[in-house]
Design a binder for this molecule. Structure first.
Ligand code: ADP
Length: 161
């Protein structure tokens, strides 16, 4: 049986931290679906299509990574693509409570789908899309935090370059 794993998130935009998680999931699972979830109350900077295009560009070297989107419940999306695993990244203890809540709810909705956690590399443990946007907005150097395609896209958003 092919184990399909879903890596869900807002990815607004994708950072090196996300990429690290996707890369490691792609080494373990034969098929990884990165799902841009479009149902949060967050006010995104990038459209779903823009976020998908950026993820696609920076994961093109992984043949088993597929980019997708969903505006429904994650568990329904996972079922619809026959995924048996959800992969989430853990940065710090502060992520734990939120992740535990989501994982417990997902387990209640469908016990057959497991959530696996991957701990980020230390150098990305402080990294989030929000902090990257904050630094980019004021023209700070984000070249070590995001792939070059994302850096360019952020510059275009904020400086109209
Ligand atoms: P969400 O809104 O679902 O939290 P995010 O795009 O913020 O979406 O995050 C998607 C996933 O990537 C989550 O599992 C999150 O913990 C993980 N993640 C985000 N930033 C990092 C990072 N720097 N290192 C490792 N994992 C990360």
């Amino acid at each position: 049986m092919t184990k399909i794993a879903v890596v869900p998130g807002s990815f607004d935009p994708i950072t090196n931290g996300h990429l690290d998680i996707i890369e490691r999931a792609a080494k373990v699972f034969p098929e990884v679906r990165v799902a841009v979830m479009n149902n949060s109350s967050k006010n995104p900077l990038f459209t779903v299509e823009e976020r998908m295009a950026l993820i696609s560009a920076v994961t093109s070297k992984f043949p088993n990574v597929i980019i997708d989107s969903s505006s429904g419940l994650l568990i329904d999306y996972a079922r619809s693509v026959k995924a048996s695993v959800i992969v989430r990244g853990l940065r710090a203890i502060s992520d734990f409570e939120y992740e535990m809540q989501i994982t417990s709810m997902n387990r209640m909705l469908d016990e057959s789908i497991e959530t696996f956690f991957v701990m980020t590399k230390n150098q990305y443990s402080f990294l989030s899309s929000s902090i990257v946007k904050e630094v980019a907005r004021y023209g700070g150097d984000i070249s070590l935090l995001v792939p070059p395609e994302v850096e360019k896209a952020l510059q275009e958003k904020y400086e109209g370059k």
